[in-house]
Design a protein around this ligand. Structure first.
Ligand code: NAP
Length: 331
């Protein structure tokens, strides 16, 4: 009898997440009931938002329940179906969680074309991270030709798409990434005009040198020193899409803001959560799929092997060890 490996939240982290916060269990593979679908997962997505859900502090989403399977995006194949919308062998994307199989009533499952685009891309550039990039860049920053857009975590799942969309819109794209390898990739593969290494001892001076015309748009994923440095270089009427603050998720203090400069430069700052904008997802996904299929949007993945590797891979991602979209290969 095949079993379903599952990872549960055992207890909440008090400071940094550790593998001990999770528990691995084996359970029987579930049988789909009337109207339900059984999905065998091929890939699990690991995302920074999961760190927030480990805490029970009030937030925009419900906390992860203790003793329950960790939530998360998955792609996989329909293995059994009692739902007329899905047939055996369909490639689907959904929220199957940190487990090898899941049963769903189909409400949050979407059939995808895994022939022209690899199935795992639906967890990356043609999935939630891609839509996040699309929304923040187009609806908040809205770059004009010739403007300069700065992107932090520039080679990550979200940032890599932001930089490429900014270039397609005719803007200059300046990335901030951790280390020379990520910066070289940002320039040569993702098309950033310049990439500044936030680990460099001369980071602040290098940012100033990279931004002689100032900053018109900032797509903020990280917080901390890169944010504070870019903020000092804002042009009048710059726009900031506050997408994430990953530097603070595992305990570090959030950056200080100089409100006065936001006033005198008339800066627009807008935080957003991509799931608030579900009506725009079909438009964004169609555009992103077109760019990916045509090779105009390129992407990179870090793939951990086997569900058991998920906790370590998740902790590594929170420390910036991933290079591109962090996935776990399950089948
Ligand atoms: N608002 C929304 O709806 C929404 C949706 C999806 C994601 N997000 C946010 O978007 C951001 C990027 O998410 P993603 O999925 O694309 O992740 P990601 O960029 O693929 O991975 C996280 C990256 O953050 C960077 N980083 C920089 N400083 C860091 C620090 N002090 N500690 C840890 N990592 C640091 C690392 O890249 P370097 O090595 O290059 O520094 C790391 O690889 C996150 O803040 C996430 O919460 C928001």
């Amino acid at each position: 009898m095949p079993t379903n490996t599952q990872i549960l939240l055992d207890h909440r982290p008090t400071h940094k997440v550790s593998p001990a916060n999770f528990r691995i269990v084996e359970t029987p593979v579930p049988t789909p009931g009337p109207g339900q679908v059984l999905v065998r997962h091929s890939f699990l997505s690991l995302d920074p938002y999961m760190r927030g859900r480990l805490s029970d502090a009030k937030s925009y989403a419900k906390p992860q329940e203790i003793g329950a399977v960790m939530g998360g995006g998955t792609v996989g194949v329909v293995e059994a179906s009692n739902n007329p919308r899905f047939k055996l062998g369909d490639a689907v994307v959904g929220m199957g969680g940190w487990q090898r199989y899941s049963v769903s009533d189909g409400g949050s499952l979407r059939v995808v074309d895994a022939k022209t685009i690899p199935i795992q891309a639906y967890l990356g550039p043609v999935g939630m991270p891609g839509v996040t990039a699309w929304y923040g860049l187009n609806k908040i920053i809205a770059p004009k030709k010739g403007e300069t857009v700065v992107v932090t975590a520039a080679t990550g799942a979200v940032g890599s798409v932001v930089g490429q969309l900014a270039k397609l819109a005719g803007a200059s794209a300046v990335g901030v990434a951790g280390g020379p390898e990520k910066c070289a990739y940002a320039r040569s593969e993702l098309g950033y005009d310049i990439c500044v290494d936030h680990k460099s001892p001369n980071f602040v001076a290098e940012m100033k040198a990279a931004l002689p015309k100032g900053v018109d748009g900032l797509f903020e994923n990280v917080g901390g020193v890169p944010f504070e440095t870019a903020a000092r270089l804002f042009n009048d009427f710059a726009r900031v899409a506050v997408c994430g603050a990953i530097a603070s998720y595992d305990g570090a203090p959030p950056p200080a803001l100089n409100l006065f400069q936001f006033l005198v430069k008339r800066i627009k700052v807008e935080g957003f959560i991509v799931s608030d904008h579900l009506a725009l997802w079909p438009t964004a996904l169609a555009e992103l799929a077109g760019h990916v299929a045509a090779g105009r949007i390129r992407y990179r993945e870090t793939v951990a092997e086997g569900l058991e590797s998920a906790p370590e891979a998740f902790i590594g991602m929170l420390k910036g060890r991933n290079f591109g979209k962090q996935l776990v290969k399950l089948a």
